[in-house]
Design a protein around this ligand. Structure first.
Ligand SMILES: [Zn+2]
Length: 229
């Protein structure tokens, strides 16, 4: 009787050891790979406008779009780096990208953006802007992509879907946008209008630190979805 009990005990212990081994094997083969370092992707983050070109202006606070674009671009840069992405910024201060001596500053600025994008070896480009419209009721983010660029469209749809899910007024679908920063490259590129500075409520929200963090985190989630990460 005692021998049988010992044998039973041995079987139970044996089973436990087997289960532990199986658990370790499953962890390392099935679960562990998702925690392994991600392939190194590079993202160009483009803060729209800058220098003499302030872009849109807040209807109430007078905040400039070029300032907010930089704020959002730098927040997105911080979060992307935390997730292991390499980031190339087109601008990191309030100066314009144009040459001071250029007669056509807009042309000079655009050429510089294109040069940075082309030299970056980036996997994708995200251009940050703030919108404005004559009617103050217009509000909500909108994601644009260049016509005929399937990868850009796919990226735009991924980002747009996340924003729409998590922000009340975010536009439902991504749209084709005829913007130089989208048309100047074959890389997947999107332009995100984060919200309307012509809507006083949204103007205040866009300047809120928590809102900025939440918005940029959602942009990153859209990018992660695009990479299937
Ligand atoms: Zn703009």
């Amino acid at each position: 009787m005692k021998v049988l009990t010992l044998r039973k005990r041995a079987i139970v212990i044996g089973l436990c050891v087997l289960l532990c081994v199986a658990g370790v094997v499953i962890y390392f083969t099935a679960i562990r790979p998702t925690f392994q370092p991600k392939p190194q992707y590079t993202i160009v983050i483009d803060a729209g406008h800058g220098g003499k070109d302030g872009g849109a202006v807040g209807a109430v606070s007078g905040v400039t779009e070029s300032f907010l674009n930089l704020e959002y671009a730098q927040e997105l840069e911080k979060i992307c780096k935390e997730f292991g992405f390499k980031v190339v910024m087109t601008r990191s201060d309030m100066n314009g990208l144009y040459s001071e001596t250029a007669s056509n500053k807009k042309k000079s600025e655009m050429a510089k953006r294109k040069e940075i994008i082309e030299k970056s070896n980036a996997d994708l480009v995200v251009s940050i802007h703030m919108n404005s419209f004559p009617s103050s009721s217009a509000r909500g983010s909108q994601v644009f992509y260049g016509e005929g660029n399937e990868a850009s469209q796919f990226l735009a749809e991924n980002v747009s879907t996340i924003l729409n899910k998590n922000f009340d007024y975010a536009k439902k679908t991504a749209k084709v946008g005829d913007y130089y920063v989208l048309n100047c490259t074959d890389k997947p590129a999107i332009l995100v209008e984060c919200g309307f500075l012509s809507n006083s409520e949204e103007e205040a929200l866009l300047q809120d630190e928590d809102y900025k963090e939440r918005f940029c985190y959602n942009l990153l989630c859209g990018i992660l979805n695009y990479f299937r990460m």
